[in-house]
Design a protein around this ligand. Structure first.
Ligand SMILES: *[C@@H]1O[C@H](CO)[C@@H](O)[C@H](O)[C@H]1NC(C)=O
Length: 356
């Protein structure tokens, strides 16, 4: 079949699929009404994480982070009310049966996008029987909502079946702008838009107050980014005992390098360098808040070891890489230890691309 014939057949199948799905009739923008993933079709794989006493983790991080930051203060303390700015979380805290959730994976994005991987996160919480629940972290945004690929900063709570939505998306703006000449647009998602897509790393908990690990550091003197420094300090001490944490950190001073994904690449992205060329990078300003997860080992579950996305009241936001102003940086983070990892809809065929 020639390529035009193939595209024609593909479009016919999409139209047919949407016609079947939208019994209410054909939508002009059929894709925006696309059915989301059915969680009943895949198992939820769960593995326990090692959860040492908080005071021990405090000691490990207090010592380990000195390699990377000149000023280090790590404490176990009562979580401040994270509903307040700059965090603007949908729940007061991070605690209560905390687990890490990894949904999908980078192989659904590269080399070629799999557009059917649209996940309704409120549906996921129902599927997991979690209510009250907080789901917070970094993923691909719901592209059907704006019609193009985007970053998702998920900050979603459910209580007695009612959704509290604090999630944001960030997309390249204007749509289709060339790298180097583009900007970005942050938007808050409406309450009924609880979808994400392709891949995501989330903290799942009851969002309750309680003791968390507070990490406050200033002035970077080592090569690692804030999250890598935390993860490597834990790895160095705990080795094969895998630790996972999720939470929020704010960059109070300085600047950070983020990427924002443009729309899906029309050509396959086959190497990390292809991915790097495709992504749009920006320097973003404090104060900027980040949500996400880290884990010190893969556990044979094809896990992404760290993943944080940021948003702010001034409109900056995207995927966190590292800070660009080591002398000025000031980070303040709140993290909870996760008791387990849930792996949902992992790609059958995987690779190591696009995990930075
Ligand atoms: C959310 O509500 C708006 C307005 O009623 C509607 O147009 C949109 O399709 C809804 N979105 C979803 C994902 O259901």
């Amino acid at each position: 079949m020639n390529s035009l014939g193939f595209v024609g057949l593909w479009m016919f199948l999409i139209v047919l699929k949407n016609f079947v799905l939208n019994t209410g009739g054909m939508s002009l923008y059929a894709e925006t009404k696309m059915a989301s993933f059915d969680f009943n079709t895949v198992p939820v794989k769960e593995k326990a994480l090692y959860t040492p006493p908080l005071e021990e983790v405090v000691d490990v991080l207090s010592r380990g982070l000195r390699k990377t930051f000149e000023s280090v203060s790590v404490t176990a303390e009562e979580c401040p009310d994270l509903r307040k700015a700059p965090f603007d979380l949908t729940t007061p805290g991070l605690n209560g049966d905390a687990k890490l959730v990894e949904l999908g994976g980078p192989p659904y994005l590269v080399p070629t996008v799999q557009r059917d991987k649209v996940y309704d996160l409120a549906e996921l919480l129902r599927h997991l029987g979690r209510d009250p629940a907080l789901l917070a972290g970094a993923g691909a945004g719901p592209w059907p909502f704006i019609g193009v690929n985007c970053e998702g900063i998920v900050n979603l709570a459910v209580r007695e079946g009612v959704v509290a939505q604090g999630s944001h998306i960030v997309s390249v703006h204007p749509v289709g702008a060339a790298k180097g000449r583009s900007g970005y647009l942050q938007q808050r998602l409406p309450t009924n838009e609880t979808r994400s897509a392709l891949l995501g790393n989330y903290l799942l908990s009851e969002g309750k107050p309680g003791k968390v690990i507070k990490v406050e550091v200033k002035k970077r003197i080592g090569p690692s980014n804030f999250i890598t420094a935390i993860r490597e300090s834990l790895l160095e001490h705990y080795g094969d005992k895998v630790i996972g944490m999720g939470g929020a950190f704010v960059l109070r001073e300085g600047k950070v390098k983020h990427h924002v994904m443009p729309d899906f690449s029309p050509t396959p992205l086959c190497t990390d360098s292809d991915v790097d060329t495709w992504l749009h990078y920006f320097e973003m300003r404090a104060p900027i808040m980040h949500l996400g997860t880290l884990v010190t080992g893969d556990m044979g579950m094809d896990l992404r070891l760290q993943h944080f996305h940021g948003y702010s009241q001034h409109g900056d936001g995207g995927h966190y890489h590292y800070d660009t102003t080591p002398a000025e940086v000031h980070y303040e983070g709140y993290f909870t230890l996760a008791g387990a990892v849930l792996r949902i809809d992992p790609p059958a065929v995987t690779h190591a691309l696009g995990r930075d």
